[in-house]
Write a protein of this length. Structure first.
Length: 210
């Protein structure tokens, strides 16, 4: 597992729909990101929420809610046979299923016999069939986060001062994060989504800077 620094360039944020590593929803309102590290449901929920707490956060970041079969199938294809978490659960509402982003639970793709009557379950998409299963939330799996699709450019030129809570060296700003990842691919996605960072430094280099 890797801890990391995100390297930030002093560049303005430009308007766009989704990052290159994200998958746009069919209605164009959301961008989906699959994270490769296998986490429990609660850990995945925390990781998705952390992306929305950076200096230049993506709006509306949460575990993904799927509202049609097309989005479900697109995510299934990207997952390459791996089962993955979506943001559905009945943990906080008896046996009623809800999305964590509080959107309407208006589409269902349950496998036969699912979701059953068990409480405190979370929604796992089968990596082969794409059908949904209600499973123990302590199960580990890759997971999908979503964010709002439009990122607006800020007013004025980019800042040339060192941002708060960063260390600046030779025109670059480094920010340490307590997030822990099982792959560099996930770490890169995290830096890109949370800070617009485009490069990573190892834990050893972080310690030498800080």
């Amino acid at each position: 597992m890797h801890s990391l620094l995100c390297l930030l360039f002093f560049l303005p944020t430009v308007a766009s729909n989704c990052y290159e590593f994200q998958i746009p929803s069919t209605d164009g309102t959301k961008c989906f990101t699959i994270f490769e590290g296998e986490l429990t449901y609660d850990q995945a929920q925390t990781q998705c929420a952390q992306v929305n707490s950076g200096q230049t956060p993506l709006g509306g970041t949460a575990m993904a809610a799927v509202h049609n079969l097309t989005d479900n199938d697109v995510l299934l294809g990207i997952a390459n046979g791996r089962s993955f978490w979506l943001g559905g659960t009945n943990k906080h509402s008896g046996n009623t299923w809800n999305w964590v982003d509080r959107s309407k639970f208006d589409f269902k793709n349950w496998a036969a016999g699912q979701p059953g009557k068990a409480k405190n379950r979370c929604l796992l998409v089968d990596g082969v069939t794409g059908l949904w299963k209600a499973v123990d939330c302590g199960t580990t799996a890759v997971f999908v986060c979503q964010s709002n699709s439009v990122i607006y450019a800020p007013d004025g030129p980019p800042s040339t001062s060192c941002p708060e809570k960063t260390v600046c060296r030779e025109g670059f700003a480094y920010v340490a994060t307590s997030a822990v990842f099982t792959s560099w691919d996930d770490a890169e996605k995290y830096c890109l989504a949370k800070y617009k960072g485009i490069w990573l430094q190892s834990t050893i280099e972080r310690q030498s800077l800080l």
